[in-house]
Write a protein that binds this ligand. Structure first.
Ligand code: FMN
Length: 561
């Protein structure tokens, strides 16, 4: 057995792996038996979607409307010249990854949409940056919390130059950190036990949003997945109990390094004295309470404890492909990367008519393949463990049916032998992809039924389940890798969200699906492979009752403050 990604110097706890398996099993939706969740929504305790830290200085980031980002398709083609790290470029980066994209309104109720999607629009993911000294008023190196409504940085910690240098040991100039945390309660308020899964999906989407925003600025990103949760918590101040007194906790998720100098080497960790330096910084701020009262879900507490990440050794991955198998679409004059990112929305209904050309479909799938020389895959330092089980409804030139995209071809035979032995496994050679037809026929009803009866799964051009190499990942990489599987699913989802917009259609992530029904459709009989996420892509029908307002009309600024 390989030991890829195993905890450094520690053995994987089979007890913790079992607790993860138990959590996964008990949070499966089944027709007539959904995972435990509140009977009704407790509106008086609806969590505030915006975390703020009282007592911090808030530095307004500039709002850049004329973004000058390259055409979206160019992100897959060649590297952009990197922008210098300034308050303007940092502001655009955060807006395109975590900022607001619009406000929606109906009958006096308003809610914000963001560059990153979120299950139920509840946004459990909080974003942080740890940056060097920039020009005034951003002249303190430090740890900052991003406040998307204000498009501002809350200064949580001012670092001395010595502490910054200890953190950034060996990094090129202009390199900084971006980190994510999860407030589990925000999702649990609505979705109960299953919501821990959605928090992890959302981290994956936020990572994807971050990687594409960086690419649009010519920046490169690499996840620092050797770091333990304890290190992430220390760097972002999550373990400062008095700062969260009475407020809902933030759980550490992941930190990535963002490199702004084009030719610089990518860092793979932080300086050895980094944490001590950050802890000795000047901290400020206390977290706001998001709900008057919150409910503790024991199943979530158990899986949180079982999936705590230790520091891990880096994982040897296959080399990146030199080029993708499909040439990019003509991108001259195409919409800018920023335009595609800002227009991204989830479809709430599909028209049941719109299809896609097979070339467009193949291109979308190609961009979900791992180890490719373009975002988001260049930023990942973990192996691909998810394949796509596709329900093709309306793809011109491709008969409707059940297909599979085997993203890691080395697992083809293992997966095949786990599936229904009646499947045809006909290679779709013209796709140039590891795409196989399992069974032809109309699967709109099967897709809808398996997706908790959501019509968007059958009324689309295609929908899919993301099936994870589940047992192997937990056994080989440890229980924390349960989270990583959802991050990978979220990343694939973020690619599909942007690809759908670029192809003139729309998509939606679906956390609601009947797990074992998906497994039955594939003929999977044990828990080795598990479906972790659904997605649908097609022609959207807008809800005309909703009014749309611009993202930042409530702020009257466009220039640096
Ligand atoms: C992890 C995840 C699960 C989701 N599950 C569903 C779902 O089951 N059904 C659905 O209609 N939308 C689902 N959505 C879409 C969200 O409702 C949507 O992202 C949110 O309302 C914000 O809207 P936006 O994506 O247009 O920004 C999901 C999104 C995510 C990220």
């Amino acid at each position: 057995m390989s030991n890829l990604g195993q905890p450094e110097g520690a053995r994987i706890s089979s007890d913790a792996v079992q607790r993860v398996r138990d959590y996964h099993q008990r949070t499966k939706h089944m027709p007539g038996r959904y995972a435990p969740a509140p009977w009704e929504l407790d509106w008086a305790n609806q969590p505030d979607p915006f975390r703020r830290f009282a007592g911090t200085s808030v530095l307004n980031l500039p709002l850049i409307t004329d973004d000058a980002t390259p055409p979206y398709d160019q992100l897959f083609h060649s590297g952009e010249a990197g922008r210098t790290l300034t308050p303007e470029s940092l502001g655009l980066f955060l807006e395109l990854s975590l900022g607001l994209t619009a406000w929606k309104e109906i009958q006096g109720t308003r809610w914000a949409l963001r560059s990153n999607p979120s299950s139920g629009n509840l946004h459990p993911t909080e974003g942080y940056v740890v940056v060097p000294s920039l020009r005034r008023p951003f002249n303190n190196p430090g740890v900052y919390h991003y406040a998307p409504r204000e498009h501002g940085l809350e200064q949580r910690c001012v670092l001395s130059e010595a502490a910054w240098n200890a953190l950034a040991e060996g990094w090129s100039e202009g390199t900084f950190l971006a980190g994510f945390t999860s407030v589990h309660w925000r999702e649990a308020w609505k979705y109960g036990e299953r919501s821990y899964r959605y928090c992890q999906h959302d981290v994956g989407h936020a990572l994807g949003a971050l990687f594409f925003a960086a690419a649009a600025l010519g920046w490169r990103v690499v996840i620092l997945s050797n770091l333990s949760d304890a290190q992430v918590a220390g760097l972002l101040g999550l373990d400062r109990a008095t700062d969260f007194n009475g407020a809902e906790a933030e759980n550490p998720e992941v930190i990535a390094a963002v490199v702004t100098e084009p030719a610089a080497a990518l860092p793979h960790t932080i300086g050895k004295d980094a944490l001590a330096g950050v802890r000795s910084g000047v901290w400020a701020g206390t977290a706001n309470q998001l709900s008057p009262a919150s409910v503790k879900w024991d199943a979530i507490a158990t899986v949180v404890e079982a999936t705590v990440k230790p520091s891990t050794a880096s994982v040897p991955l296959p080399a990146l492909a030199k080029t993708g198998p499909i040439p990019p679409r003509e991108f001259i004059g195409g919409p800018s990367a920023a335009a595609i990112i800002r227009q991204r929305r989830s479809a709430v209904a599909m028209d049941g008519r719109t299809g896609l050309q097979s070339q467009a479909f193949f291109r979308m799938l190609q961009r979900t393949l791992p180890y490719q020389p373009h975002p988001p895959w260049t930023a990942i330092d973990f192996p691909a463990r998810i394949l796509l089980s596709l329900f093709v409804h309306r793809i011109e030139g491709l008969p409707p049916g059940h297909y599979v995209l085997v993203r890691d071809e080395t697992r083809l035979e293992t997966f095949r032998s786990a599936c229904n032995d009646q499947f045809a496994w006909v290679h779709v050679i013209e796709s140039g992809l590891p795409l196989y037809a399992l069974a032809l026929g109309d699967c709109r009803e099967a897709a809808t039924n398996a997706s908790c009866f959501q019509a968007i799964a059958g009324d689309s051009a295609f929908s899919l389940g993301m099936v994870a190499d589940f047992g192997r990942t937990l056994d080989e990489d440890g229980p924390w890798a349960y989270r990583r599987l959802f991050w990978e699913a979220g990343l694939i989802g973020q690619v599909l969200y942007l690809e759908a917009e670029a192809a003139g259609v729309r998509s939606t992530g679906m956390g609601c699906y009947f797990d074992d029904q998906v497994h039955q459709l594939l003929g999977l009989s044990d828990h080795s492979w598990q479906s972790l996420y659904h997605f649908t892509v097609g022609g959207a029908v807008d809800d005309v009752r909703l009014a749309t307002h611009s993202a930042y009309a409530h702020l009257s600024r466009s220039e640096p403050s």
